[in-house]
Design a protein around this ligand. Sequence first.
Ligand SMILES: NC(=O)C1=CN([C@@H]2O[C@H](COP(=O)(O)OP(=O)(O)OC[C@H]3O[C@@H](n4cnc5c(N)ncnc54)[C@H](OP(=O)(O)O)[C@@H]3O)[C@@H](O)[C@H]2O)C=CC1
Ligand SMILES: O=C(O)C1=N[C@H](C(=O)O)C[C@H](O)C1
Length: 265
Amino acid sequence: MKVIVMGPRGKMGKLITQVAAQREDMELVAGVAPKGRDYIGTDLGTAAMVGRELGVPVTDDLASVIDDCDVIIDFSTKEAAMEVLDLAVAHGKALVCGTTGFGPEEMNRFREASEKIPMLYAANTSKMVNVMNKLLEMVVNILKDDVDVEILEMHDQWKKDAPSGTSKEMGEIMAHAMGKELSDIAVYGREGASPRVPGTIGYHSLRAGNIPSSHTVFFGGMGERLEITHHSYNWECFARGACDCAAYLAGKPAGFYTIQDVLGL
Ligand SMILES: NC(=O)C1=CN([C@@H]2O[C@H](COP(=O)(O)OP(=O)(O)OC[C@H]3O[C@@H](n4cnc5c(N)ncnc54)[C@H](OP(=O)(O)O)[C@@H]3O)[C@@H](O)[C@H]2O)C=CC1
Ligand SMILES: O=C(O)C1=N[C@H](C(=O)O)C[C@H](O)C1
């Protein structure tokens, strides 16, 4: 499978390049960076600190290399993601997008694109987080009227979006299990100390240092509480998952795929 990685100097792009370079089922054909960067024209292996040259370049022009690939892996920015999506559709290429921070309109554009290309969107490519999502669904199905649900997510100081894409997905899963829409019941922060409205899902975002990613869902009951937490120690679990998602798309017809399909959950 021939792979292009967007943003090969980013935290995720670098690790995805390193993981893909080790896989026998993947061949890296280019990395794509924003215009004006001093590493454009260098070898992708050097730019992404793979430890060896890969014999393919970093370019700032996705259009010039896109026909060489089978799949694009994009963990960059929400602005770049829309340009990548348009080019993937125009050239009929499979796309894995793990970027977060999109609104409903942008998510609809991914859905529309999936009528033409194999499209996989995953706000979190860690296997364990997706197992945690199953646990959350199960807990809400059993305890829904007995608990208050609050989500606390922690990330590094550089993260651009809040709340995290993962916590939005977790909220959606739990809201659906309650028979509700997340947009009707999400409460962001508790400034002003208003009393808690029953049946809502509370969101709390913490940004500090280089915390890779932590998500805790609190189910608060009377005299007891249940907490389910996922911690990542670094970003490798997401990079491995991203490459698994790309490999899953090999030979797939156009359609909207999720990491649940990849993991068989
Ligand atoms: N789905 C998941 O499991 C995960 C998702 N994420 C999400 O992935 C995204 C990226 O995160 P992270 O790696 O931490 O962010 P970084 O800021 O470290 O990396 C983003 C990269 O995108 C590059 N970039 C920006 N614009 C373009 C463009 N037009 N063309 C090509 N490359 C571009 C940047 O280039 P340059 O370095 O030159 O500025 C940078 O290298 C975020 O939305 C984050 O939330 C993160 C981890 C896991
Ligand atoms: O930016 C990150 O680091 C992460 N972003 C994703 C998100 O917004 O949920 C996934 C993971 O939490 C790491």
